[in-house]
Structure formats: C-alpha cells, structure tokens
Design a protein around this ligand. Sequence first.
Ligand code: SF4
Length: 330
Amino acid sequence: MTHNSQPILELKGVKTYFSTTKGVVKAVDDISFSIYHGEIVGLVGESGCGKSMTSLSIMGLVPQPAGKTVAGQILFHGEDLLKKSYEQMRQIRGNKISMILQDPMVSLNQILSVEYQIGEVFRFHDKPILKSLREMCIQVLKKVKVPSPELRVRDYPFQFSGGMCQRTIIGMGVANGPDLLIADEPTTALDVTIQAQVLQLMKQVQQETDAAILMITHDLGTVAQLCSRVMVMYAGRIVEKAPVQTFYKNPSHPYAIGLIKSVPVLGRKSKRLYSIKGQPPNLLDPPLGCRFAPRCEQAMPICREAYPPEITLENEHQVSCWLFAEKGGV
Ligand code: SF4
C-alpha cells in the first residue's frame, strides 16, 4: 500500500511518562506512526499496554500533573500539537480531532438533554446555525440512525439504550466534520449484536465523511472487520505494524502471534484456548531489552540485553524483534 498524500497525523518518538511516589511509569515509550487521510488504523494490545495513553497524548488530555508527554512530536497536518496552547487545543478537540470513548453512558451527561449536548458541539465551536439548532441536532441523530430523531432529540441519555447513546456520541464526534476520529474501545461496553451495528455505522460514517479513524481496541475481530492497517502495542511500545491482510497472513512478532492464537475460533478442535503465559511487565521497572522477553518462548540472550531495532519485512510491515534482525531483515 502506498500513500500519495502527507499524513494527517504523525507521531515521532512520543514518550508519555507519569511521576509517582514509586518512580516514573513509562506508559508510552518512544512510539512513532502515521495515519493518512480516509484510512482506519487499528491500535491493539492488552489492557495497560499504553493504547489509551497514546490517544490521550494526541488529544492533549494526559492526566496532569502526574502525567506529561515529555518527548517527541505529534504532528497534525504538519503542526506539532505539543506546542499548541491550551486554548488552541480546545479549538482542535471536537472540531478537527474528535474522540469516542468506551462507555457511552458515562460519556453523556445523564441530566442534560440529548439536544443540549449535541447542540453544545456546535455552540462551543461557533458553527453557523443553519435552520435551527434543534434541526441540526435532529440531523445528527438521523445520520447515526437513531429512530424517531424528531421525538428522541428532547430525551435524556438515561432514556436511550447503550447502543443509541453510542450512536449519539459517534454523531457528536463527526458533527463538525473532523479530519481524525479517535475511537477508544467504542464497542466494549455494548452487547454483541449492538457492537456489530455500531462498527457498521462507524464504517459508514467514515466513508461519508472521509475522516481518518484511529481505532483503539483489544479485539482482533474488530480490526479484521474495519481496519486497513494495524499496529500492535506492548508495554508502552509498538512492536509490529502492517497492512491488515499482511498481518493476518504473516503475523511476525511473537506477541502478535500469541494474540492471534488466543482468539477463540468456532469449530477449533483443540480443547484448551491458547493464552500467552505471564503478565505484562510493570512499567515502573520494565525489563532491560525486549519487554516481551519474560513471556516469549523464543527469547534469546540478546533479547534480555538490548531493545530490538525496528526491522522492515516488506512494504509497510515492520516488526521490533531480534529474531528478524538475526535473520538479516532490514
Ligand atoms: Fe521474543 Fe526476543 Fe523477539 Fe522479544 S526480541 S519477541 S524476546 S524473540
């Protein structure tokens, strides 16, 4: 896959650390990647691997004062978001970059009407009010297929189902025509049938708006269904990047292979589901060398001594693993 345009978003060597009484937690530790116009890119990994902190770093919402992005660049349309003022970031968030969070019942304020909350997206960014604000809110609900939007717009979130709330959040996310949508586990809190509908809706909305989407998930099924590229994160670092088809055909990093093997498959004959042994490392004191080494069945002495370089296996397929450096990749 080749990209003719400049990336919308480019992270270069980003590090987000937390100062705690026990030491410095390296939640995001030197990650780099790009996202291009109109593509959906998946960021996968176990809980606590730094996926959400990556998204909060992009949005400038790392919890302070403990957390801080201490190094790197986050270039959005070529401009470094880390150099923007608080007010400049407020104008970008919800306008040029939007975020969809995990739990729709928490994302919406239960005691403010749906109309008020959708309307705030337009009011806050001083968007011209065409027709009436109510009509604009109804259009948002229509776009994300909330039934009877003319009636439901006056409801409160507690009168909506979880799926309707998440549809509303997606509608609010794309209301101002963002260039980038960050979806952080957008279907985790929903039941399976609603998950499928919401994913379908996201795909449709992306095609209509042509926004790029960074899809943060631990679900490889979601990645296969929705994304064109995938990045696998482990213990604060990206260990493999690839186009989705390449990734499923030829997963290369032992952690990525373990993740794929852990997915339950209907009709699989083996009795026990595969699981990766052990736990992710404590990011207060990550192992020297490859952070996956304590759990890796193929670990070699060098793996415990130095962090592996990023090796390019083929077009857009990169892996950080000594197995490939040893085999002479690059
Ligand atoms: Fe395993 Fe070594 Fe590769 Fe890390 S670098 S994944 S320990 S083989």
